[in-house]
Design a protein around this ligand. Sequence first.
Ligand code: HEM
Length: 410
Amino acid sequence: MSDSLAEATAEPTFYPGRRSATCPFRPAPEIAELAAAGPISTVRTWEGKRPWLITGYPEARELFADPRVSADNHHPAYPHIHEGMKAVAEMSPRTMFNTDGAEHARYRRMLAKPFTPKRLEAMRPNIQKHIDQTIDAMLAAGDSADLVTALALPVPSLMICELLGVPYADHAFFQEATELGFGGQASAEEQQQSTMAMLGYLNQLIEAKTASPAEDLLSDVAELVNSGELQVWEASLQAVGILVAGHETTANMISLAVVALLDQPEQLAILRDTEDPEVLGNAVDELIRYMTIVDTGLRRVAAEDIEVAGTVIPAGDPIVFDLASANFDATVFADPENLDLTRANAAQHLAFGSGRHQCIGLQLARIELGMVLQTLFRRIPQLRLSKPVEEIEFKWDAMVYGVVELPVQW
Ligand code: HEM
């Protein structure tokens, strides 16, 4: 076979890729290879679809801002992440997560109240209280811990519970359901069952809030249910999304940041010692860029023909954005493989997505991360890993990258 024929008949690379155990913070090597060859390529997925893969930073930004790029996960061409996510999409109504344009903006407005800068700033004392109490409990329990269960999961879970008005006492239930949903291993049936259980749980809470509202997000949506603007299960599904996205992502970021910073004490010192909120904010953004934990690509469909980087993506074609590749695009981030907490343009990263669907909780995540990491390293300067990085189990196949456990001692 000639080289060109071999190339033409070769199977596209499978997506998502898998990060390498020797470089756990770098994008998957096979995807990095595609990114090095050009900003746009094609890959194949578990269901045999052949989406366009966007790996270039400028191209990703351009497309995220393009109203012809649709998040409609009911479209037959939509490239679902796995069987479980496809099953959930099939049973989902229209929500903030899968709509476009004015419809999406309407849903998003309904949920935006707790995420205003003023409300978030007002949460700081409470966040600090939860961090201090969680670290007190960890220290009181001995001189070692699994940092995931002792700190990384509890702090964002406590905060998202307060924000939504979900009782923290139920955390084992929703953390387990989240782990199953994000793990990437659940069957369609398991994923549907766990989503139904979460929906049932939130339905009950929202119904209770329609009768006796409080100052929280579930009460905000209960009001919309009362006024007939939302069906209770539409409200619940969006609340499930926020509950899930609001703790697991930040929890994984905390653990990964601890692993990376303990390995680079000079970087750790920048974050620990600064009194300047801008320096801290920038350090946090660089950690978020470097880890790019949303690991299975953001999924979309072209609603019309779209030209990007000299390629026409035909209407009805699936599109996947590989965020890690965009965040390691050396034309934008010099020496992208270096963790540099003083990087001037760190905040331009795409780890929160970009455009209309950009993460609604990004500012909360940034605040929590800065406060948790700074408090942890200030209060326990002798903190160290209990085993070498090579022996830590990373979440290789999960939708959100992280570590399974993080044994530490002090
Ligand atoms: C470091 C932590 C976090 C990361 C890396 C992250 C990442 C992302 C990404 C990449 C998206 C875009 C999805 C898309 O375009 O398809 C997103 C959307 C979203 N995130 Fe986050 N997130 C984080 C924390 C949070 C928190 C703390 C909350 C809630 C309190 C949250 C709630 C949401 C919601 C509701 C959306 C959907 C927005 C929409 O579709 O309009 N996230 N997040």
